[in-house]
Design a protein around this ligand. Structure first.
Ligand code: CAA
Length: 258
């Protein structure tokens, strides 16, 4: 699979591109995905990222079952760790990531969407953690991130059964933020990315990290970090520019972070 990185102004579009296998991931592709996100993280001119799949059928169908099936215990551990490295490269990216889920998001595909900050889906999107149907538990963070997102009861049902969730149910349970006709999905994701990209990049980065703290359940630490980050923001030029622009009834112009 290729991992395509396209820059559209201050927005980066990362496309998982192996449509003949519904964008399933092997070892090498996982490594490249993680490196691509590392590269984006070091590029201050990119303010928001959209992650999507090539073709009209799949976001990503998860780990490459054909490659995975012959792994031994040590190989499985290494592959799982690499999956964690890839999902954490998405989750811990300084810039926000919008998953534009354009079809199947199964197993590791669902887990990549869960590691993203915001999920938009097409009407044909289908989510599942079907690992238990393959004799393994979810291995790229699904047990943690799905549970935090939809709650333990529902997450348990989905993870323990492997049941598929279509877009309308995904919207109802909070797994996705909105659902769009397939041909409108990227346009809507781009509009949202543009709104985010027009805001202060430093404040957006700070806010992303703080939301992650709450999401990770470290509420007390999160509140303390929030207070400190809030105070620190007042030492930055962006706070002055943002508030001055509001008072002057004009759009703020924020600099790229160093
Ligand atoms: N790994 C490897 N190849 C895959 C794949 C996967 N995860 N998913 C699809 N493919 C391949 C198929 O083998 C097929 O290839 P061939 O043409 O060479 O046979 C091609 O993609 C098209 O798929 P189908 O013919 O199966 O298409 P379909 O429309 O009949 O079914 C599907 C689509 C329901 C998504 C089905 O392909 C499927 O169930 N795929 C497996 C999904 C899955 O279980 N994912 C979880 C993997 S485990 C995991 O991710 C572990 C983890 O926690 C990280």
């Amino acid at each position: 699979m290729a991992i395509d990185l396209e820059r559209r102004g201050s927005i980066a579009v990362v496309t998982m591109n192996r449509p003949e296998a519904l964008n399933a991931f092997n070892n090498e592709q996982l490594r490249v995905l993680a490196e691509t996100f590392d590269e984006i993280g070091n590029d201050g001119s990119i303010r928001c990222v959209i992650l999507t799949g090539a073709g009209e059928r799949a976001f990503a169908a998860g780990a490459d079952i054909k490659e995975m099936k012959d792994l031994d215990g040590a190989g499985g551990l290494t592959f799982g760790r690499l999956g964690h490295r890839a999902t954490r490269s998405v989750e811990e990216l300084p810039q926000p990531v919008i998953a534009a889920v354009n079809g199947f998001a199964l197993g590791g595909g669902c887990e990549l969407a869960l590691a993203s900050d915001i999920r938009l889906a097409s009407e044909n999107a289908v989510f599942a953690q079907p690992e238990v149907t393959l004799g393994i538990p979810p291995g790229w963070g699904g047990t943690q991130r799905l549970t935090r997102l939809v709650g333990p009861g529902l997450a348990s049902e989905l993870i323990l059964s492997g049941r598929r969730v279509k877009a309308d149910e995904a919207l109802r349970i909070g797994l996705v933020n909105s659902v769009w006709p397939l041909d409108q999905l990227m346009g809507e994701a781009t509009k949202l990315a543009e709104v985010i990209a027009a805001n202060s990049p430093l404040a957006v980065r700070s806010a992303k990290q703080l939301v992650r703290l709450a999401f990770n359940g470290q509420t007390i630490d999160g509140l303390d970090s929030e207070a400190r980050a809030f105070g620190e923001a007042f030492t930055m030029a962006d706070q002055k520019e943002g508030m001055t622009a509001f008072v002057e009834k004009r759009a703020a112009v924020f600099a790229d972070p160093a």
